[in-house]
Ligand binder design. Sequence first.
Ligand SMILES: [Zn+2]
Ligand SMILES: [Zn+2]
Length: 347
Amino acid sequence: MLIDFTDKGLFCARGQFYIDPWQAVDKAIITHAHSDHAKWGSKYYLCHHYTKPILQLRLGNNNYETIEWNEPIYMNGVKISLHPAGHIIGSSQVRVEYNGEVWVVSGDYKTENDGISGQFEPVTCHTFITESTFGLPIYHWQLQEVQFDAMRKWIALNKEQGRTSLLLAYSLGKAQRVIKNLASSVDHVFVHGAVYNTQQAFINAGWHFPETEKVTADISKELFHQNLVVAPGSAADSPWIKKMQPVSVGVCSGWMQVRGNVRRKNIDAGFALSDHADWHGLLEAVKATGASKVYVTHGFQAPFSRFLNENGIEAAEVKTAFGNEEEEETLPDVAGEIDTTTDNQEI
Ligand SMILES: [Zn+2]
Ligand SMILES: [Zn+2]
């Protein structure tokens, strides 16, 4: 096996490196900066150069090496390259080649181009390790524009009725998408500190985003009611929401495709906008690699790998220690993975 499944995560013994290890190691290749993929304490990190500012924000200063997509480097004779995964800014698949054998680790990915994360690139390989966050046939996304239109209508209705539009969106990934697409519908976009700090890190690295303002105590109720607030799910139960009442809470997440999730979680509007591939996206991605062996991790491993096996693609399920950021994002009562960047003080 070119890549082994160890208790610290995916390990290439020949190259002596891990991919998204869940413990501190000597050499870590990081697919993207979500906290279930990027852990603190490794001696060396290799990532795409867009990922570095967020790793610095979340993990502090470390020994980071960055490369561009499709720019191979070698470790102990093993050829390594990164390829766009389309999940969040900087997110990458990792291609590993030795002696003519090619493995690709997808990390998290989505196949629809969101305009900021790069277009997912199918990479031909012998063995593909794929995520399966939404690996059930019930997950079938509409085009993102449909969701953004629904959000714009929801904001307009809230304005009319004098309610704050509070959109809960994961601070790394989803928040950048909604801000980019919705900022022109309002005069002000107010954001939680975690969203602000993440966006600021990208801006410092040369990215451009519509202007946002941190939520502060001196913003009037009336101003909230006419505008949009973007915050991570964990912020929904915070006392600062009181200042915005009455408030309509919308959640941006693939899980919102299941109607019960909208009712159960005490939210007013659910928008099934995801940073992961849906069932068809996963299947297309797997087929496009031409892989003769597929390992399925990070989600609905069992049903997705069973389906692949029944359809002539040899697949096996791999249990990982990955958490699920999409889950955290949708639970207003659960603290997400924003600890390192949360700024409850001011907001
Ligand atoms: Zn992720
Ligand atoms: Zn993930």
